[in-house]
Design a protein around this ligand. Structure first.
Ligand code: ZN
Length: 123
Protein backbone atom coordinates (compact mmCIF):
# COMPACT_ATOMS: atom_id res chain seq x y z
CA UNK A 1 0.00 0.00 0.00
CA UNK A 2 1.24 3.52 -0.72
CA UNK A 3 2.51 5.26 2.43
CA UNK A 4 1.70 8.69 3.85
CA UNK A 5 4.76 9.98 2.00
CA UNK A 6 3.34 8.73 -1.31
CA UNK A 7 0.01 10.39 -0.51
CA UNK A 8 1.75 13.65 0.41
CA UNK A 9 3.50 13.62 -2.97
CA UNK A 10 0.13 13.15 -4.69
CA UNK A 11 -1.24 16.19 -2.87
CA UNK A 12 1.83 18.24 -3.84
CA UNK A 13 1.34 17.12 -7.45
CA UNK A 14 -2.36 18.08 -7.37
CA UNK A 15 -1.39 21.51 -6.04
CA UNK A 16 0.98 21.98 -8.98
CA UNK A 17 4.04 22.08 -6.73
CA UNK A 18 5.50 18.65 -7.50
CA UNK A 19 6.73 18.38 -11.07
CA UNK A 20 8.62 15.08 -11.13
CA UNK A 21 9.53 12.09 -8.94
CA UNK A 22 12.79 10.15 -9.15
CA UNK A 23 12.63 6.84 -7.32
CA UNK A 24 15.19 4.21 -6.40
CA UNK A 25 12.43 1.90 -5.18
CA UNK A 26 11.39 -1.04 -7.32
CA UNK A 27 8.08 -1.74 -5.60
CA UNK A 28 5.92 0.26 -8.01
CA UNK A 29 4.19 2.21 -5.24
CA UNK A 30 4.88 5.50 -6.99
CA UNK A 31 3.10 4.21 -10.07
CA UNK A 32 0.04 3.64 -7.93
CA UNK A 33 0.14 7.22 -6.68
CA UNK A 34 1.90 9.30 -9.36
CA UNK A 35 0.97 8.94 -12.98
CA UNK A 36 3.50 8.04 -15.61
CA UNK A 37 5.31 10.79 -17.40
CA UNK A 38 6.27 12.43 -14.13
CA UNK A 39 8.21 9.50 -12.74
CA UNK A 40 11.68 8.03 -13.28
CA UNK A 41 12.25 4.63 -11.68
CA UNK A 42 16.04 4.42 -11.82
CA UNK A 43 16.35 0.83 -10.63
CA UNK A 44 13.39 -0.61 -12.49
CA UNK A 45 10.06 -2.03 -11.42
CA UNK A 46 9.50 -5.39 -9.74
CA UNK A 47 5.91 -5.62 -10.99
CA UNK A 48 6.76 -5.18 -14.66
CA UNK A 49 8.13 -7.40 -17.40
CA UNK A 50 9.25 -6.28 -20.83
CA UNK A 51 9.65 -7.98 -24.17
CA UNK A 52 13.23 -7.60 -25.41
CA UNK A 53 12.08 -8.27 -28.97
CA UNK A 54 9.12 -5.92 -29.55
CA UNK A 55 9.38 -3.65 -26.48
CA UNK A 56 5.89 -4.23 -25.05
CA UNK A 57 5.79 -3.61 -21.28
CA UNK A 58 3.58 -5.82 -19.11
CA UNK A 59 2.37 -4.62 -15.70
CA UNK A 60 1.80 -7.58 -13.40
CA UNK A 61 -0.41 -7.98 -10.35
CA UNK A 62 2.37 -10.08 -8.80
CA UNK A 63 6.05 -9.47 -8.09
CA UNK A 64 8.21 -10.83 -10.91
CA UNK A 65 10.40 -13.70 -9.67
CA UNK A 66 13.75 -12.53 -11.11
CA UNK A 67 15.98 -9.44 -10.97
CA UNK A 68 18.88 -8.33 -13.15
CA UNK A 69 16.99 -8.17 -16.48
CA UNK A 70 16.76 -11.97 -16.64
CA UNK A 71 14.24 -14.06 -18.55
CA UNK A 72 11.07 -14.87 -16.66
CA UNK A 73 8.77 -17.84 -17.13
CA UNK A 74 6.33 -15.95 -19.36
CA UNK A 75 6.26 -15.08 -23.05
CA UNK A 76 5.16 -12.02 -24.99
CA UNK A 77 1.46 -12.31 -25.81
CA UNK A 78 1.85 -10.61 -29.20
CA UNK A 79 1.08 -13.39 -31.71
CA UNK A 80 3.84 -12.26 -34.08
CA UNK A 81 6.45 -12.11 -31.29
CA UNK A 82 6.15 -14.65 -28.48
CA UNK A 83 9.66 -13.91 -27.13
CA UNK A 84 10.59 -14.74 -23.54
CA UNK A 85 9.87 -11.77 -21.26
CA UNK A 86 12.51 -10.24 -18.98
CA UNK A 87 12.23 -8.57 -15.59
CA UNK A 88 12.97 -4.84 -15.45
CA UNK A 89 14.89 -4.63 -12.15
CA UNK A 90 18.49 -3.52 -12.57
CA UNK A 91 21.20 -5.27 -10.57
CA UNK A 92 23.89 -3.34 -8.69
CA UNK A 93 26.47 -3.59 -11.46
CA UNK A 94 24.05 -2.47 -14.20
CA UNK A 95 24.28 1.07 -15.56
CA UNK A 96 21.23 3.21 -14.86
CA UNK A 97 18.90 3.21 -17.86
CA UNK A 98 19.05 6.37 -20.05
CA UNK A 99 15.27 6.13 -20.55
CA UNK A 100 14.86 6.91 -16.83
CA UNK A 101 18.13 8.74 -16.08
CA UNK A 102 17.90 11.38 -18.84
CA UNK A 103 14.56 12.87 -17.72
CA UNK A 104 15.69 12.58 -14.08
CA UNK A 105 18.79 14.70 -14.79
CA UNK A 106 16.79 17.18 -16.86
CA UNK A 107 14.23 17.73 -14.12
CA UNK A 108 16.93 18.03 -11.43
CA UNK A 109 18.61 20.81 -13.42
CA UNK A 110 15.30 22.65 -13.90
CA UNK A 111 14.04 22.27 -10.33
CA UNK A 112 13.83 25.16 -7.89
CA UNK A 113 14.09 22.67 -5.03
CA UNK A 114 14.75 18.93 -4.75
CA UNK A 115 13.31 16.97 -1.82
CA UNK A 116 15.12 13.76 -0.84
CA UNK A 117 12.71 11.51 1.05
CA UNK A 118 13.08 8.12 2.65
CA UNK A 119 16.73 7.59 1.77
CA UNK A 120 20.20 7.97 3.24
CA UNK A 121 21.08 9.53 -0.11
CA UNK A 122 24.83 9.02 -0.34
CA UNK A 123 26.33 10.95 -3.23
ZN1 ZN B 1 7.21 -9.18 -27.92
Amino acid sequence: MPSLTHMALVELEKAGILKFVISQNVNGLHLRSIYQGRLAELHGHSFMETCPSCGIEYFCDFEVETIGLKETSRRCSDEKCGARLRDTVFDWEDALPPKEMDPAEKHCKQADIVLCLGTRFQA
